[in-house]
Design a protein around this ligand. Structure first.
Ligand code: TA6
Length: 318
Protein backbone atom coordinates (compact mmCIF):
# COMPACT_ATOMS: atom_id res chain seq x y z
CA UNK A 1 0.00 0.00 0.00
CA UNK A 2 1.59 3.27 -1.06
CA UNK A 3 1.29 6.39 1.07
CA UNK A 4 3.24 9.59 1.18
CA UNK A 5 6.03 9.54 3.83
CA UNK A 6 4.30 12.32 5.77
CA UNK A 7 1.05 10.41 5.80
CA UNK A 8 0.76 8.80 9.25
CA UNK A 9 -0.25 5.16 9.08
CA UNK A 10 -3.93 4.80 9.92
CA UNK A 11 -4.43 1.25 11.20
CA UNK A 12 -7.94 1.46 9.76
CA UNK A 13 -6.29 1.48 6.33
CA UNK A 14 -5.53 -2.23 6.36
CA UNK A 15 -5.99 -4.08 3.08
CA UNK A 16 -9.40 -3.24 1.72
CA UNK A 17 -10.02 -0.68 4.44
CA UNK A 18 -8.27 2.22 2.73
CA UNK A 19 -10.34 5.09 1.32
CA UNK A 20 -9.95 3.96 -2.30
CA UNK A 21 -11.17 0.39 -1.64
CA UNK A 22 -14.01 1.63 0.57
CA UNK A 23 -15.01 4.20 -2.04
CA UNK A 24 -15.17 1.42 -4.63
CA UNK A 25 -17.30 -0.79 -2.34
CA UNK A 26 -19.65 1.77 -0.83
CA UNK A 27 -19.20 5.12 -2.58
CA UNK A 28 -22.26 6.69 -4.20
CA UNK A 29 -21.93 10.10 -5.92
CA UNK A 30 -21.89 12.98 -3.43
CA UNK A 31 -24.06 11.03 -0.98
CA UNK A 32 -21.42 8.54 0.25
CA UNK A 33 -17.73 9.47 -0.01
CA UNK A 34 -14.54 8.09 1.51
CA UNK A 35 -11.27 9.97 1.50
CA UNK A 36 -8.25 10.82 3.65
CA UNK A 37 -9.50 13.14 6.37
CA UNK A 38 -7.58 15.08 9.01
CA UNK A 39 -4.25 13.49 9.89
CA UNK A 40 -4.64 11.20 6.87
CA UNK A 41 -7.24 9.15 8.77
CA UNK A 42 -9.92 7.42 6.69
CA UNK A 43 -12.98 9.67 6.57
CA UNK A 44 -16.58 8.98 5.58
CA UNK A 45 -18.85 11.83 4.48
CA UNK A 46 -22.59 11.27 4.18
CA UNK A 47 -24.76 13.89 2.48
CA UNK A 48 -28.55 13.84 2.45
CA UNK A 49 -31.12 16.43 1.25
CA UNK A 50 -31.39 17.79 4.82
CA UNK A 51 -28.07 17.14 6.59
CA UNK A 52 -24.42 16.23 6.22
CA UNK A 53 -22.23 14.12 8.47
CA UNK A 54 -18.48 13.59 8.66
CA UNK A 55 -16.80 10.79 10.62
CA UNK A 56 -13.63 8.74 10.89
CA UNK A 57 -13.14 4.97 10.94
CA UNK A 58 -10.70 5.79 13.75
CA UNK A 59 -12.92 5.27 16.78
CA UNK A 60 -16.00 5.26 14.48
CA UNK A 61 -15.81 8.88 15.54
CA UNK A 62 -18.57 11.25 14.41
CA UNK A 63 -16.83 14.59 13.82
CA UNK A 64 -19.71 16.73 12.67
CA UNK A 65 -23.42 16.72 11.85
CA UNK A 66 -24.98 19.77 10.24
CA UNK A 67 -28.51 20.45 9.12
CA UNK A 68 -28.54 22.49 5.92
CA UNK A 69 -28.85 26.18 6.79
CA UNK A 70 -28.02 25.53 10.47
CA UNK A 71 -24.93 25.95 12.64
CA UNK A 72 -22.99 22.69 13.09
CA UNK A 73 -24.45 20.59 15.90
CA UNK A 74 -21.17 19.41 17.41
CA UNK A 75 -18.15 21.09 18.95
CA UNK A 76 -14.77 20.12 17.48
CA UNK A 77 -11.59 21.54 19.00
CA UNK A 78 -9.32 23.37 16.53
CA UNK A 79 -6.35 21.86 18.38
CA UNK A 80 -7.49 18.24 18.33
CA UNK A 81 -4.99 15.55 17.43
CA UNK A 82 -5.85 13.23 14.57
CA UNK A 83 -3.52 10.26 14.85
CA UNK A 84 -3.76 6.54 15.55
CA UNK A 85 -3.96 5.79 19.25
CA UNK A 86 -5.00 9.31 20.13
CA UNK A 87 -8.60 10.38 20.93
CA UNK A 88 -10.19 13.19 18.95
CA UNK A 89 -11.29 16.23 21.03
CA UNK A 90 -14.90 16.90 20.15
CA UNK A 91 -17.62 15.29 18.04
CA UNK A 92 -18.85 12.04 19.59
CA UNK A 93 -16.11 9.87 21.15
CA UNK A 94 -17.29 6.33 21.86
CA UNK A 95 -16.33 5.39 25.43
CA UNK A 96 -16.23 1.57 25.68
CA UNK A 97 -15.74 -0.96 27.31
CA UNK A 98 -15.33 1.42 30.25
CA UNK A 99 -16.25 5.01 30.95
CA UNK A 100 -13.72 7.50 32.34
CA UNK A 101 -11.29 5.87 34.76
CA UNK A 102 -13.63 3.00 35.62
CA UNK A 103 -10.82 0.44 35.48
CA UNK A 104 -8.72 -1.16 38.25
CA UNK A 105 -5.44 -0.58 36.40
CA UNK A 106 -4.29 3.07 36.63
CA UNK A 107 -2.43 2.52 33.34
CA UNK A 108 -5.67 1.78 31.49
CA UNK A 109 -6.54 4.51 28.95
CA UNK A 110 -9.26 6.94 29.93
CA UNK A 111 -12.67 6.06 28.45
CA UNK A 112 -11.70 2.60 27.23
CA UNK A 113 -10.28 1.24 23.98
CA UNK A 114 -12.94 1.89 21.31
CA UNK A 115 -12.30 5.56 20.58
CA UNK A 116 -8.70 4.97 19.53
CA UNK A 117 -9.21 1.76 17.58
CA UNK A 118 -9.97 1.43 13.86
CA UNK A 119 -13.54 0.18 13.27
CA UNK A 120 -14.64 -1.80 10.22
CA UNK A 121 -17.40 -0.65 7.87
CA UNK A 122 -20.25 -3.18 7.90
CA UNK A 123 -22.87 -1.54 5.69
CA UNK A 124 -24.05 1.82 4.34
CA UNK A 125 -27.62 2.08 3.10
CA UNK A 126 -30.52 4.43 2.42
CA UNK A 127 -33.24 4.32 5.07
CA UNK A 128 -35.50 6.62 3.05
CA UNK A 129 -35.01 9.49 0.62
CA UNK A 130 -34.03 11.77 3.52
CA UNK A 131 -31.85 9.40 5.56
CA UNK A 132 -28.63 7.40 5.20
CA UNK A 133 -27.39 4.81 7.71
CA UNK A 134 -23.87 3.49 8.23
CA UNK A 135 -22.84 0.71 10.59
CA UNK A 136 -19.43 -0.23 11.95
CA UNK A 137 -17.98 -3.09 13.96
CA UNK A 138 -15.19 -3.46 16.51
CA UNK A 139 -14.16 -6.89 17.74
CA UNK A 140 -12.06 -7.59 20.83
CA UNK A 141 -8.43 -8.31 19.99
CA UNK A 142 -5.23 -9.55 21.61
CA UNK A 143 -3.88 -6.04 22.25
CA UNK A 144 -7.07 -5.06 24.05
CA UNK A 145 -7.01 -8.15 26.25
CA UNK A 146 -4.12 -6.63 28.20
CA UNK A 147 -6.65 -4.26 29.73
CA UNK A 148 -9.93 -6.06 29.12
CA UNK A 149 -9.62 -9.85 28.95
CA UNK A 150 -13.03 -10.52 27.43
CA UNK A 151 -14.47 -11.43 24.01
CA UNK A 152 -17.02 -9.01 22.58
CA UNK A 153 -18.29 -7.45 19.41
CA UNK A 154 -19.37 -3.83 19.38
CA UNK A 155 -21.57 -2.32 16.68
CA UNK A 156 -22.04 1.39 16.10
CA UNK A 157 -24.82 2.58 13.79
CA UNK A 158 -25.28 6.20 12.77
CA UNK A 159 -28.35 7.48 10.93
CA UNK A 160 -28.16 10.87 9.20
CA UNK A 161 -31.31 12.74 8.27
CA UNK A 162 -33.50 15.41 9.88
CA UNK A 163 -32.12 14.03 13.17
CA UNK A 164 -28.83 12.40 14.19
CA UNK A 165 -29.48 8.90 15.53
CA UNK A 166 -26.66 6.81 17.06
CA UNK A 167 -26.88 3.26 18.40
CA UNK A 168 -24.12 1.46 20.31
CA UNK A 169 -24.62 -2.27 20.70
CA UNK A 170 -22.38 -4.56 22.73
CA UNK A 171 -22.48 -8.37 22.40
CA UNK A 172 -20.78 -10.82 24.74
CA UNK A 173 -19.12 -13.36 22.41
CA UNK A 174 -17.25 -15.03 25.26
CA UNK A 175 -18.23 -17.82 27.65
CA UNK A 176 -18.23 -15.78 30.87
CA UNK A 177 -20.23 -12.73 32.04
CA UNK A 178 -19.10 -9.43 30.52
CA UNK A 179 -19.22 -6.22 32.60
CA UNK A 180 -18.79 -2.90 30.82
CA UNK A 181 -19.59 0.79 31.08
CA UNK A 182 -20.08 3.11 28.13
CA UNK A 183 -20.89 6.57 26.85
CA UNK A 184 -21.62 8.41 23.65
CA UNK A 185 -19.52 11.36 24.80
CA UNK A 186 -21.31 13.99 22.72
CA UNK A 187 -19.73 17.46 22.49
CA UNK A 188 -22.51 19.90 21.61
CA UNK A 189 -21.71 23.26 20.06
CA UNK A 190 -23.38 26.20 21.82
CA UNK A 191 -23.19 29.97 21.28
CA UNK A 192 -22.25 30.90 24.86
CA UNK A 193 -22.11 28.41 27.75
CA UNK A 194 -22.93 31.21 30.24
CA UNK A 195 -26.40 31.54 28.66
CA UNK A 196 -27.18 27.83 28.26
CA UNK A 197 -29.91 26.03 30.24
CA UNK A 198 -30.00 22.22 30.35
CA UNK A 199 -33.41 20.77 31.19
CA UNK A 200 -34.46 17.19 31.89
CA UNK A 201 -32.28 16.35 34.88
CA UNK A 202 -34.39 18.06 37.52
CA UNK A 203 -34.98 15.76 40.48
CA UNK A 204 -32.06 13.46 39.63
CA UNK A 205 -29.03 12.78 41.80
CA UNK A 206 -25.51 13.12 40.44
CA UNK A 207 -21.93 12.23 41.28
CA UNK A 208 -19.96 15.46 41.34
CA UNK A 209 -16.54 14.69 39.87
CA UNK A 210 -15.33 18.17 40.81
CA UNK A 211 -15.97 17.25 44.47
CA UNK A 212 -14.59 13.73 44.81
CA UNK A 213 -17.64 12.06 43.26
CA UNK A 214 -19.83 13.37 46.08
CA UNK A 215 -23.50 12.37 45.57
CA UNK A 216 -25.67 15.49 45.28
CA UNK A 217 -29.30 16.28 44.37
CA UNK A 218 -30.01 18.40 41.30
CA UNK A 219 -33.16 19.71 42.90
CA UNK A 220 -36.01 21.20 40.90
CA UNK A 221 -33.93 23.69 38.92
CA UNK A 222 -32.46 23.04 35.45
CA UNK A 223 -28.67 22.85 35.03
CA UNK A 224 -26.91 26.15 34.31
CA UNK A 225 -23.18 26.77 33.99
CA UNK A 226 -20.89 29.15 35.87
CA UNK A 227 -17.75 27.08 36.36
CA UNK A 228 -16.19 23.65 35.80
CA UNK A 229 -19.02 21.14 35.66
CA UNK A 230 -18.42 17.37 35.64
CA UNK A 231 -21.42 15.31 36.77
CA UNK A 232 -22.69 11.77 36.31
CA UNK A 233 -26.48 11.94 36.69
CA UNK A 234 -27.91 8.65 37.92
CA UNK A 235 -31.16 6.72 37.41
CA UNK A 236 -32.27 9.00 34.62
CA UNK A 237 -33.80 7.92 31.33
CA UNK A 238 -35.11 11.37 30.58
CA UNK A 239 -34.65 13.28 27.37
CA UNK A 240 -32.43 16.33 27.82
CA UNK A 241 -32.97 19.73 26.22
CA UNK A 242 -30.13 22.21 25.75
CA UNK A 243 -31.55 25.72 25.35
CA UNK A 244 -29.07 27.95 23.53
CA UNK A 245 -30.38 31.51 23.12
CA UNK A 246 -27.10 32.71 21.60
CA UNK A 247 -27.54 30.37 18.62
CA UNK A 248 -31.33 30.72 18.89
CA UNK A 249 -31.84 26.96 19.02
CA UNK A 250 -32.79 24.10 21.25
CA UNK A 251 -31.07 20.69 21.02
CA UNK A 252 -33.18 17.73 22.14
CA UNK A 253 -31.36 14.53 23.13
CA UNK A 254 -33.63 11.49 23.40
CA UNK A 255 -32.09 8.22 24.57
CA UNK A 256 -32.83 4.55 25.18
CA UNK A 257 -30.95 1.78 26.97
CA UNK A 258 -29.17 4.35 29.12
CA UNK A 259 -29.61 5.03 32.86
CA UNK A 260 -26.99 7.76 33.25
CA UNK A 261 -26.37 11.15 31.65
CA UNK A 262 -22.99 12.83 32.00
CA UNK A 263 -22.68 16.63 31.82
CA UNK A 264 -19.26 18.24 31.35
CA UNK A 265 -17.72 21.58 30.72
CA UNK A 266 -14.05 21.94 31.74
CA UNK A 267 -14.28 25.73 32.03
CA UNK A 268 -11.36 28.06 31.48
CA UNK A 269 -8.57 26.64 33.65
CA UNK A 270 -9.01 22.94 32.86
CA UNK A 271 -9.46 23.66 29.15
CA UNK A 272 -6.23 25.68 29.14
CA UNK A 273 -4.44 22.69 30.68
CA UNK A 274 -5.46 20.42 27.77
CA UNK A 275 -3.21 20.88 24.73
CA UNK A 276 -5.89 19.54 22.38
CA UNK A 277 -8.59 21.87 23.69
CA UNK A 278 -8.46 25.31 22.09
CA UNK A 279 -8.28 27.79 24.97
CA UNK A 280 -11.60 29.49 24.33
CA UNK A 281 -13.37 26.31 23.24
CA UNK A 282 -14.97 25.84 26.66
CA UNK A 283 -17.18 28.90 25.98
CA UNK A 284 -18.90 27.25 23.02
CA UNK A 285 -19.39 23.66 24.09
CA UNK A 286 -21.14 21.42 26.56
CA UNK A 287 -20.95 17.64 26.74
CA UNK A 288 -24.28 15.88 27.30
CA UNK A 289 -23.34 12.23 27.26
CA UNK A 290 -25.67 9.27 26.92
CA UNK A 291 -24.15 6.68 29.24
CA UNK A 292 -24.23 3.63 31.45
CA UNK A 293 -21.57 4.47 34.00
CA UNK A 294 -20.84 4.24 37.73
CA UNK A 295 -23.53 2.07 39.35
CA UNK A 296 -25.16 1.64 35.94
CA UNK A 297 -22.40 -0.51 34.44
CA UNK A 298 -23.96 -3.34 32.41
CA UNK A 299 -23.31 -7.08 32.93
CA UNK A 300 -24.06 -9.38 29.98
CA UNK A 301 -24.30 -13.17 30.23
CA UNK A 302 -22.54 -15.09 27.41
CA UNK A 303 -24.23 -14.51 24.03
CA UNK A 304 -26.37 -11.62 25.28
CA UNK A 305 -26.29 -8.10 23.87
CA UNK A 306 -27.26 -4.60 25.00
CA UNK A 307 -28.06 -1.51 22.92
CA UNK A 308 -27.91 2.15 23.92
CA UNK A 309 -29.19 4.88 21.58
CA UNK A 310 -29.13 8.65 21.39
CA UNK A 311 -31.20 10.73 18.98
CA UNK A 312 -30.39 14.42 18.61
CA UNK A 313 -32.56 16.95 16.85
CA UNK A 314 -32.42 20.72 16.58
CA UNK A 315 -35.36 23.12 17.01
CA UNK A 316 -35.19 26.82 16.27
CA UNK A 317 -36.01 29.13 19.20
CA UNK A 318 -38.64 31.73 18.31
O1 TA6 B 1 -17.24 12.85 30.56
C1 TA6 B 1 -16.56 13.81 31.31
C2 TA6 B 1 -15.12 13.34 31.50
O2 TA6 B 1 -15.07 12.08 32.14
C3 TA6 B 1 -14.35 14.41 32.25
O3 TA6 B 1 -14.02 13.99 33.57
C4 TA6 B 1 -13.10 14.64 31.38
O4 TA6 B 1 -12.09 13.72 31.75
C5 TA6 B 1 -13.70 14.35 30.01
O5 TA6 B 1 -14.48 13.18 30.22
C6 TA6 B 1 -12.73 14.22 28.88
O6 TA6 B 1 -11.94 13.08 29.02
P1 TA6 B 1 -10.75 12.87 27.94
O7 TA6 B 1 -10.09 11.58 28.32
O8 TA6 B 1 -11.39 12.80 26.58
O9 TA6 B 1 -9.88 14.09 28.08
Amino acid sequence: MSRSPDMPHDPAQTAGNDPTSLQQRFGRGDAIRFDHGPGGLTRLRLSTPTANLEMLLHGAHVLQYQLLGQEPLLFLSRCSEYSPGKPVRGGVPICLPWFGGEHDDPRAPMHGLARTRPWQVVAIESVDEQTLQASFALTSDEAGRAFYPHDYEARFTVRVGPALHMALRMRNTGDSPLRFSEALHTYLRVGDIHRVTLRGLEGAEYLDKTAGFERRPQGDQPVTFSGETDRVYLHTRAACVVEDPALRRRIVIDKSGSDATVVWNPWRQRAAAMADFDDDGWRTMVCVETANAAEHAVTLPPGAEHEMTATLRVERLA
